[in-house]
Design a binder for this molecule. Structure first.
Ligand code: CP
Ligand code: NVA
Length: 315
């Protein structure tokens, strides 16, 4: 049977997940995680294959997609930058039209968001963003799943993101807003989240009973935070800016001093990999408040939920 569909859903950006989709994925992910704990694999993708395109390195994303596909009864094929030369050795269009003939799902970690968008456009099977320069929606789903496990309903939950207004920040703002959270972001001048993501987060938060706010001062930003989230100051592809950014971002370091300005009991979150001693200190990352490895664990479960959801949504 051909895997090509007349209608399919992609996860190109967090905006592709409306509130119903977020709820459905979270519910499914939590259920499958519990099932796995009791020893059961659920073969919802038996006999299906996932293509995993990676233009950048990965620990968590690669492992969790591959293990997730195995646990769902399917199979994953890793395609590194050296293998396929997406857009160089072969056009995105032609790569997409090949993959759809053999695979059932594609996930892609890219530099340009346009590469994920192009694959989604040309490949008639679901395409999942595994991190682009603009977004990391799989991470954001694992993050809200982790918070859901810790505190239950997230409506009105105060989440503060400190640091670079990057891919992690964008996806988190949008998903958080759609869950009715109060999302606050604090970044140095010139490194604020993109205007489109901020507009969408503000509109979605208002619609779902939460809020979105930008606050320059990191101490003021964490004042009412129930979770403080940070990420690297220089993302993959920005390594040449690392030194300059380190100076500029220093006041935004998530340190014991900054956490002292947050309410007692606030969680500490990070998508990892962390640059210890830069955006976050060892003391904070390794503190009892840190839930970073729970976030990492939930990448597996959230992505299983995403893959099953997109597979079942095709026609
Ligand atoms: N958080 C995350 O996506 O990790 P990797 O870059 O190791 O996949
Ligand atoms: N912002 C980081 C996230 C890594 C998971 C990066 O893009 O490198």
């Amino acid at each position: 049977m051909s895997p090509i569909h007349q209608h399919k859903r992609d996860l190109r950006t967090a905006a592709d997940l409306d509130r119903d989709a977020i709820d459905a994925i979270l519910e499914r992910s939590l259920r499958m995680k519990e099932g796995l704990r009791r020893g059961g694999h659920e073969p919802h993708l038996a006999g299906k294959s996932l293509a995993m395109i990676f233009e950048k390195p990965s620990l968590r994303t690669r492992c969790t997609f591959e293990i997730g596909m195995f646990q769902l009864g399917g199979h994953a094929v890793y395609l590194g930058a050296a293998e396929i030369g997406l857009g160089k050795r072969e056009s995105i269009h032609d790569v997409g039209r090949n993959l759809e003939r053999w695979f059932d799902l594609v996930t892609a970690r890219t530099f340009a968001q346009a590469t994920v968008d192009g694959l989604a456009e040309h490949c008639r099977i679901p395409v999942i963003n595994a991190l682009s320069d603009a977004e990391h929606p799989c991470q954001a789903m694992a993050d809200v799943m982790t918070l859901r496990e810790k505190v239950g309903d997230l409506k009105g939950f105060n989440l503060t993101y400190i640091g670079d207004g990057n891919n992690i920040c964008h996806s988190l703002m949008i998903i958080g807003a759609r869950l009715g959270m109060n999302v606050t972001v604090s970044s140095p001048e010139g490194y604020e989240p993109g205007a489109a993501a901020a507009r969408l987060a503000a509109a979605e938060a208002a619609r779902h009973g939460g809020s979105y706010r930008f606050e320059r001062d990191p101490r003021a930003a964490v004042e009412r935070a129930q979770a403080v989230y940070t990420d690297v100051w220089a993302s993959m592809g920005q390594e040449h800016e690392a030194e300059a950014r380190a100076k500029l971002f220093a006041p935004w370091q998530v340190s014991a001093a900054l956490m002292a300005a947050a309410p007692a009991g606030a969680f500490v979150m990070h998508d990892l990999p962390a640059h210890r001693g830069e955006e976050i200190t060892d003391e904070v990352l390794d503190s009892p408040a840190s839930i970073v490895f729970d976030q990492a664990e939930n990448r597996l479960h959230a992505q299983k939920g995403i893959m099953v959801y997109l597979w079942e949504a095709r026609r």
